[in-house]
Design a protein around this ligand. Sequence first.
Ligand code: HEM
Length: 192
Amino acid sequence: MGIYEAVMEEITAFTGLSPAAFFTIAGMMVVVYRYVTGMFVSAEDYNKPPVVNSEFVSKYFDPATTTAPSSVQVVGDMTEQELRAYNGSDPSKPLLMAIKAQIYDVSSSRNFYGPGGPYAMFAGRDASRALALLSFKPQDINGNIEGLGPDELQILQDWEDKFVEKYVRVGQLVHDTDSEALPQPTQETQQI
Ligand code: HEM
C-alpha cells in the first residue's frame, strides 16, 4: 500500500470523515483563520508609522509644519474668466465660487457645486446676483449687484456670512482688462 492510501486510511480512521470531507473542512478552516487574522494588525505593523496620503496632506496641510491646516491652496486673485476653469470640470482643480468678488474654495461641498450637483451652475462664477435674487436664471449668475433692493442685498449678505463661516476665502476677482462687466468689490469686502 502506498503512502497516499495509508494517509487516507489514517484520516478516515482518526476523524471518521472521508478524505474529501476532511480536506474540505481543513481548507475552510484555513480560509476562516486567514480572514479573521487579517482583521487584526500584527504587533510589528502596529508600531510602524502611519501611512500618510501625501496628496491629501499637501492639499490640506501646510507642508512646512504639517500640523496646522493651511488655507487650502492659495489661489490668489484672478479674473472672472480665469475663475471659470474652477467649475469642477477639471477634478484636479479646487471648486471655486465667488460672492461679491470674493473667491471661496467650495470643494468641500462638491455634492452641491460639483458637476451634476444642484448648484453646479454657480461653480466657477461670481453668483452674487443669483443668490440675492434666489434665481437660477443664467442671466442672473454674475457679480452685478446693481439695482438690487435692500431685502435682496440682505439676502446676499446672509449668503456671504454663510460662506465666510463655512469656506476658506482664497482670493478675489480682479478686473479683466477685456471686460467691463466686473463689479467693484464693496468697501466691506475690500478690507479683508
Ligand atoms: C425649492 C427651493 C429650495 C430648496 C428646497 C433648497 C434646499 C436646499 C438644501 C436642503 C440645502 C442644503 C443645506 C445644507 O445642508 O446646508 C441647500 C443648499 C443651498 N441652496 Fe438651496 N434650496 C432651494 C432653493 C435655492 C435657491 C433659489 C438658491 C439660490 C439661487 C439656493 C442656493 C443654495 C446654495 C448656494 C446652497 C449651498 C450652500 C452651501 O454651500 O452650504 N437654493 N438648498
